[in-house]
Design a protein around this ligand. Structure first.
Ligand SMILES: NC(=O)c1ccc[n+]([C@@H]2O[C@H](COP(=O)([O-])OP(=O)(O)OC[C@H]3O[C@@H](n4cnc5c(N)ncnc54)[C@H](O)[C@@H]3O)[C@@H](O)[C@H]2O)c1
Length: 424
């Protein structure tokens, strides 16, 4: 039934998905509008960092089952896995940017034929299947649910473990009708071993938004409690660890803010549509977005005591052990530091980031003559740094850990003055 599929978007979601289908015997045309992405994949290489992905893509391309292209082709099913960011603006409430999804659907349209299945994997605002995709398909005189089947199948994979989780996670599939859900289930069963739950499209859309909103709200609570603990003079990380020993408590980790393309974005899709009802959700978004400012205010306090002229940023990705900088709070911290300090010198050390738009220094240059090491991302690499060696090249030995990543007692032994978010 599904011999050939077309996947729109070959990023963190579309590329692993394409490769998993291809290595399970399905012919995949992977489409991306970025020529560099298409050329890299066709050469058997990858343009993003994800454990195991290079080997899988290389095998998929070698088998002849995965071909990347700038244009779609006729296929049995089409999967849309393009970005759904928010529009950057000064508005308090952010709006979803659905232009990528709309374009991807319009690109597919000339290749659609009766009996095809269209799946939206991109995280999308409520009503996207019914109100955005369905009318586009109908504009080509197809009846959705009869001629063309349509379903939303949101992704829940964890970057760093995408390949494992794509196979083992439970999935929610929401069809525009029952037949659409069942067809999508059949397709995903090619490689998905986790439970598959069938529902309608709107429920699946809301389910994905609810999951990430829960996490954003939980992190906002952790941030608020951490800020209170530091006022009291106790260690929030220790309190959270003990609180989570309660069998029904799971408080997330505080930090310098929330980033990434999911948790910091998806709650806005609910707020935008329900600004009068989504009060807690909005407050939590604002709470988390305020964290970079709190970090910079804390550095200003340190600066009143000890003059800071050079800061070394440790990590600019939105979370540890990935190369993804989208919506990273570290970038906001850097911008705020530049705004708040005259003539400050900032160097960045991030062993995961290859993106040329950031000036990433090597270890030596990053820490040389620095007055403050500011850890914003919990990369494992940082745990293996030698405080003695770093101390030798820094100008002043001060470290501020906003992620509880380091064993600060080791840095104190090397005569560092240490600060921890949620404690100091
Ligand atoms: N990355 C994750 O961990 C994750 C997890 C769950 C859900 N999601 C959701 O999955 C979707 C995709 O995210 P991602 O992280 O893979 O994004 P990404 O930016 O890594 O990849 C998207 C790719 O789509 C391409 N693209 C844009 N418009 C296109 C078009 N019209 N046709 C073909 N290609 C096009 C881009 O060039 C890019 O390579 C988003 O909605 C995101 O919220 C991502």
């Amino acid at each position: 039934m599904f011999n050939k599929i077309c996947v729109m978007g070959l990023g963190y979601i579309g590329l692993p998905t394409s490769s998993l289908f291809a290595t399970n015997g399905i012919k995949v045309i992977g489409v991306d509008i970025n020529k560099h992405v298409v050329d890299t994949i066709n050469s058997g290489d990858i343009h993003i960092e994800e454990p195991g992905l290079k080997t899988l893509v290389s095998a998929a391309v070698k088998s002849g089952n995965l071909v990347a292209s700038l244009e779609p082709q006729e296929a049995d099913a089409f999967i849309i896995a393009v970005p759904t960011p928010f529009k950057h603006s000064d508005n308090v409430i952010k709006e979803a940017d659905m232009s990528y999804v709309e374009l991807a659907m319009k690109m597919i349209l000339p290749y659609l034929k009766k009996g095809n299945l269209v799946i939206l994997e991109s995280t999308s605002p409520i009503g996207t299947c019914e109100k955005l995709l369905k009318p586009i398909i109908e504009s080509a005189n197809f009846s959705v649910g009869e001629d063309i089947y349509l379903a939303h199948c949101p992704e829940r994979v964890l970057p760093g473990k995408i390949l494992k989780e794509a196979i083992s996670n439970a999935r929610i599939i929401g069809g525009i009708n029952e037949k659409s859900s069942k067809l999508a289930e059949k397709l995903y069963r090619t490689f998905v071993e986790g439970e598959i739950y069938l529902t309608n499209a709107t429920t699946a859309e809301m389910c994905k938004l609810m999951e990430n909103t829960y996490r954003d709200v939980n992190i906002a609570l952790a941030n608020e409690l951490a800020n209170i603990c530091s006022k009291i003079g106790i260690n929030a990380w220790e309190v959270i660890e003990y609180a989570n020993k309660h069998p029904r408590v799971n408080i997330h980790s505080p930090g310098p803010g929330v980033g990434g393309h999911c948790i910091s974005v998806d709650p806005w899709f609910i707020i935008e549509k329900f600004p009068n009802e989504a009060n807690i959700i909005k407050l939590c978004r604002i709470t988390n977005d305020n964290q970079p400012k709190n970090v910079v205010n804390f550095i200003k306090k340190i600066d009143q005591e000890i003059e800071i002229k050079k800061i070394t940023i440790m990590g600019i990705t939105y979370k540890g052990n990935v190369d993804d900088t989208r919506e990273s709070p570290a970038i906001e911290v850097i911008n705020l530091l530049k705004e708040n300090f005259d003539n400050i010198s900032i160097s960045i050390y991030d062993p995961h980031v290859k993106d040329k738009k950031f000036e990433i220094s090597n270890l030596e240059d990053a820490f040389k003559n620095s007055d403050l090491a500011l850890l914003l991302t919990n990369h494992n690499d940082f745990k293996y740094l030698s405080p003695d060696e770093i101390g030798k090249i820094m100008n002043k030995k001060i470290i501020y850990d906003t992620r509880n990543c380091l064993d600060l007692s080791k840095w104190e032994k090397a005569e560092f003055r240490t600060y921890l978010l949620g404690r100091d």
